[in-house]
Design a protein around this ligand. Structure first.
Ligand code: C2E
Ligand code: CA
Ligand code: CA
Ligand code: CA
Length: 278
């Protein structure tokens, strides 16, 4: 092959410049996203496999940019973590979740909400206290809240994150290790963490139907977690085969498009009514 000519190089540079400009723009606009009411929360049901009931939902953030349209969380959350605005997004989400919980409790709808937090949140020594204050202000019992922390986030600095995790746990908040299997945690570290749930990363669950390595990994992870007294949640269930397979192997909780996509509040409430047959 010939070396890239000057035209190709110009195209590469233009693309790189565009990606750079987009990052700059999104990083700036993200700071105003809450103020301009561009952020929202959607909720994805989690199915309890033993009882067949939905008692928990995961809150996921959405950003609808006024000019660029919906921006994927994988893009804007990563950007927020790199540019230092993640703390503000977590605060926004916490307030949104707390007021949603208050509304549901008043209407007799009892759902636990799991919120995602990042490594940066755990770095902040004030974080557990802020969560506590928010719950108190809305008079919400801490067992309505669960927090999901990615395996890589807890493992980057387990010593340092441990005190935040313990403080959160002492408040009575359920803690889950998210994206389990994608990081490099040792069993010893995992055992030392004050977490109750292990959430198996969807990359292992998506291809369960085809059998093979992923099935072996998921099966032994369920057994391992149960032996350590942890509850197992599987995400990325896209078909009935995966759901049945996980149920047969005593996975505790299942989440995925086959059960329901993440939904806006009104759609979630309708979905719950329909599936509960009331
Ligand atoms: P996550 O915490 O691992 O969330 C699960 C992601 O998988 C969500 O993507 C969800 O919509 C998607 N998902 C659910 N079921 C299925 C399925 O059956 N198949 C497939 N292929 N995907 C499924 P989403 O909403 O785009 O969020 C992506 C990531 O962004 C999240 O991954 C989480 O790491 C981060 N994120 C989202 N909201 C927040 C937030 O409020 N705070 C923080 N810190 N991170 C957030
Ligand atoms: Ca999560
Ligand atoms: Ca996950
Ligand atoms: Ca993820």
């Amino acid at each position: 092959d010939a070396a890239p000519g000057p035209e190709r190089i110009a195209v590469y540079q233009a693309q790189r410049d565009q990606a750079y400009q987009r990052r700059i723009r999104l990083a700036r606009d993200l700071r105003y996203a809450a103020q301009y009411k561009e952020l929202s929360a959607v909720y994805q049901p989690k199915l309890d496999l033993a009882s067949g009931e939905v008692r928990q939902v995961e809150a996921l953030m959405r950003w609808n940019h006024s000019e660029l349209g919906p921006i994927s969380p994988d893009e804007f959350i990563t950007l927020a973590e790199q540019t230092g605005s993640i703390g503000m997004l977590t605060q926004w989400m916490m307030a949104a979740v707390a007021s949603q919980l208050r509304n549901w409790i008043e209407r007799g709808i009892h759902l636990q909400v799991a919120m995602n937090i990042s490594a940066r949140d755990l770095d902040d020594p004030q974080f557990p206290q802020r969560i506590e204050k928010m719950l108190q202000a809305q008079q919400i019992s801490p067992d309505y809240l669960a927090l999901e922390v990615t395996e890589s986030a807890v493992m980057t600095d387990p010593e340092r994150n441990l005190s935040s995790l313990r403080a959160l746990r002492d408040l009575g908040i359920e803690l889950a290790v998210d994206d389990y299997g994608t990081g490099y945690s040792s069993l010893a570290t995992l055992k030392s963490l004050p977490v109750q749930d292990l959430k198996i990363d969807k990359s292992f669950v998506l291809q369960l139907a085809e059998g093979g390595d992923d099935a072996v990994i998921v099966k032994s992870t369920i057994e391992l977690a149960h032996n350590m007294g942890l509850k197992v949640i599987a995400e990325g269930i896209e078909n009935s085969h995966s759901l049945n397979w996980l149920k047969e192997r005593h996975c505790d909780v299942a989440q995925g498009y086959f059960i329901s996509r993440p939904l806006a509040v009104a759609d979630l409430e309708r979905w719950l009514d329909d599936t509960r047959g009331s």
